[in-house]
Design a protein around this ligand. Structure first.
Ligand code: SAM
Length: 216
């Protein structure tokens, strides 16, 4: 929780190497490949909303939140410019309120990898995911990859063993593979740190049957 003001300051300062005007290619790929019908979708830590907007453009009813007010302002402007709407909130995983019915699809890009550094943040993420998903819900998480150690320039990284075990009690691992993040250095130079694409499905009675058709 102590880092909350820093995130907003980073957006105010333009210190946001992850921020992009193009939606994540991996999000698009997974949505195309899964054949998931547009339904309710939640983005955790949506930043300036480019991926939330991609979901909305595909017909999803989007809820998205971020702890940084400046980022959410930009997300709202992005949606307004596109003539689309979403439930966009300034909130933290610690305090986001009632989000309504469970979401068949949850997405985060670069948020789990931030939250896993602090036990209290990670616990809040676990509690949130339990609350906002139901058996069969899919969660796509894009995270920094420890197979390519970086010094100061890259995102926080995690290893495959951690990803395989971290949420195992509630989510089965559907797919884990390496991708590259689209990012930029301070001077604007494109930068593509190694990352993970992690697709998980909430365990529970009938969960696999509910999403197996969609996933082929
Ligand atoms: C690496 S950035 C990624 C932003 C966005 N997902 C993207 O891909 O552009 C991490 C984001 O997580 C947000 N964040 C950090 N801690 C958070 C928390 N506790 N609750 C909600 N959002 C948080 C930050 O404000 C920031 O926008």
């Amino acid at each position: 929780m102590g880092a909350m003001p820093d995130w907003n300051q980073r957006y105010l300062d333009g210190d946001t190497p992850w921020d992009h005007d193009e939606p994540s290619g991996e999000l698009r790929r997974v949505l195309d490949a899964s054949g998931l019908s547009p339904g309710r979708a939640l983005e955790i830590g949506c930043g300036t909303g480019v991926n939330a907007l991609e979901l909305a453009r595909r017909g999803f009813a989007v809820t998205a939140f971020d702890v940084a007010p400046r980022a959410v302002d930009r997300a709202r402007a992005r949606f307004a410019a596109a003539g689309l709407s979403a439930d966009l909130r300034v909130a933290s995983v610690h305090d986001v309120g009632d989000l309504g019915a469970p979401f068949p699809f949850v997405f985060d890009r670069g948020v789990y990898h931030v939250l896993q550094r602090e036990p209290a943040d990670l616990a809040a993420l676990h509690a949130l995911l339990e609350r906002v998903t139901e058996p069969g819900s899919l969660w796509l998480s894009l995270a920094g990859n420890a197979n390519e150690p970086n010094e100061d320039a890259g995102p926080p990284t995690v290893g495959a063993p951690q990803l395989a075990s971290e949420f195992d009690e509630r989510f089965e691992l559907v797919d884990l593979h390496e991708i590259r993040f689209r990012a930029h250095l301070d001077d604007g130079t494109p930068f593509a740190p190694l990352a993970w694409s992690v697709l998980r499905r909430r365990r529970g009675a009938g969960a696999a049957a509910r999403t197996s058709d969609a996933l082929g």
